[in-house]
Design a protein around this ligand. Structure first.
Ligand SMILES: *Cc1c(COP(=O)(O)O)cnc(C)c1O
Length: 398
């Protein structure tokens, strides 16, 4: 038998460049690999493990659910869907929810809602406005909505119907759409994740909201990464005091159990009718239980406050430890969605940090991304910054 830390397997498709470790178990914000080495988890399974690992309340709830029923079918009512949907409606002020299994599926459903609105209006070529540096997923429609040409490469022809504009440029948005009467929606991440931790500004969010009202477009936000408390509010758009018409959620919603959701307001809540959209696994009882318990525990343990407080603390700690290094550009982010930009490509840091007992990722080539579980404490945040500092120092000065 080959070692579990073998870099590649002939039987697993070669879709990822992987760090040469395999994780076997975790506790809180710490994980251990199959060789027994301990790591601090600054990645949280890519903003997925909201409650960290082996949470003392989540695990028994999921065990109970598994012993009752894992999957039934959307041919029947799923009580957990009613509970989780009404909770998401309460937290967002929107109207209803559709459940799926991943971020791209949530975004695909958003794009189908926009198409449906366009088709209902009799448009021949309905258009969705998307942003430069956007990432929305790897299906044909969501990769077409994604900006990065590397993600398009090899998959032409792309899905049509997108107009691309720079983020945070409301005049640019108006100009790009001025001659197109068939625009139906604007679709963007409130904080771009894969694009390098770039936030939409509050004034921009408010201006897009107003423009969508004036033009009768859907304002659709991809909160797959920045939603579910990561920034210190349930949803990142809430920092601007606005409501979108459609919001996509996924990553952190199930604390590790695959789940996605589209939450819609009155302009989009009734576009789909039976037969328009569906999923076999989406909304299954296990995933619903994970979502319900995640939100319940987040409320009980005040994890929004924690994300904001520890996030600010960690950002300051990173500025203190890294700020004087040559090649450091800036620390930015909101709450526990943090990017440390360097002046050069730094993908090599992923393995080097792992060697030093820290899990991180690098996006947009030059941005160290830190998106730990929302349960992280200030002491653990200090430890994270302390483990990162020598690694970055060595990288920038050697
Ligand atoms: C991760 C991510 C997606 C894709 O989610 P998957 O579950 O990998 O399909 C889409 N949008 C954003 C903003 C993401 O961060």
């Amino acid at each position: 038998m080959s070692s579990p830390t073998e870099p590649t397997s002939p039987h697993v498709m070669n879709t990822y460049g992987r760090v040469n470790i395999a994780l076997s178990h975790g506790q809180g914000v710490r994980v251990w690999d199959t060789n027994g080495r301990e790591y601090l988890d600054g990645l949280g399974g890519i903003a997925v493990n909201t409650l960290g690992h082996n949470h003392p309340q989540l695990v028994p709830a999921l065990q109970e659910q598994i012993s009752q029923i894992i999957h039934s079918s959307n041919y029947y009512h799923v009580p957990g869907q009613e509970i989780l949907a009404s909770k998401l409606v309460e937290l967002s002020g929107l109207e209803n929810a559709f459940f799926c299994n991943s971020g791209l599926e949530a975004n695909e459903a958003c794009l189908k809602l926009a198409r449906k609105l366009g088709n209902d209006r009799g448009y021949k070529n309905p258009k969705v406005v998307v942003c430069e540096h956007a990432f929305h997923g790897r299906s044909l429609a969501t990769l077409s909505a994604t900006a990065n040409p590397k993600i398009h490469q090899g998959f032409y022809p792309l899905v049509e119907g997108f107009i691309r504009v720079p983020l945070n440029d409301i005049e640019g948005l108006k100009q790009a759409t001025a001659n197109d009467p068939e625009v139906v929606a604007v679709f963007f991440e409130v904080i771009q994740g894969e694009g390098g931790i770039h936030p939409a500004r509050i004034e921009y969010l408010q201006a897009v909201r107003q423009l969508c009202n004036e033009r009768d477009w859907l304002m659709m936000v991809d909160e797959v990464q920045c939603g579910m408390g990561r920034t210190g509010k349930w949803f990142a758009h809430q920092w601007a005091g606005i409501q979108p018409d459609v919001m996509a959620l996924a990553k952190g919603l199930g604390s590790g159990v695959p789940i996605g959701a589209v939450v819609a307001g009155p302009k989009a809540a009734h576009l789909f009718q039976p037969g328009n959209h569906g999923t076999t696994f989406g909304g299954n009882p296990l995933a619903m239980r994970a979502g319900i318990e995640t939100i319940r525990i987040m409320e009980q343990d005040h994890l929004l406050d924690n994300a904001q407080r520890v996030g600010e603390h960690l950002q300051q700690a990173l500025r203190n430890t890294l700020g004087q290094l040559p090649g450091f550009v800036e620390v930015r982010g909101t709450g526990l969605m943090i990017g440390v930009e360097l002046d050069r490509p730094c993908g090599a840091l992923i393995q080097q940090a792992a060697d030093a007992g820290l899990l991180i990722s690098v996006t947009a080539e030059r941005v160290i991304r830190i998106i730990p579980p929302l349960i992280i404490t200030e002491a653990e945040a200090d430890e994270l910054a302390q483990r990162l500092e020598p690694v970055v120092r060595q990288f920038l000065t050697s």
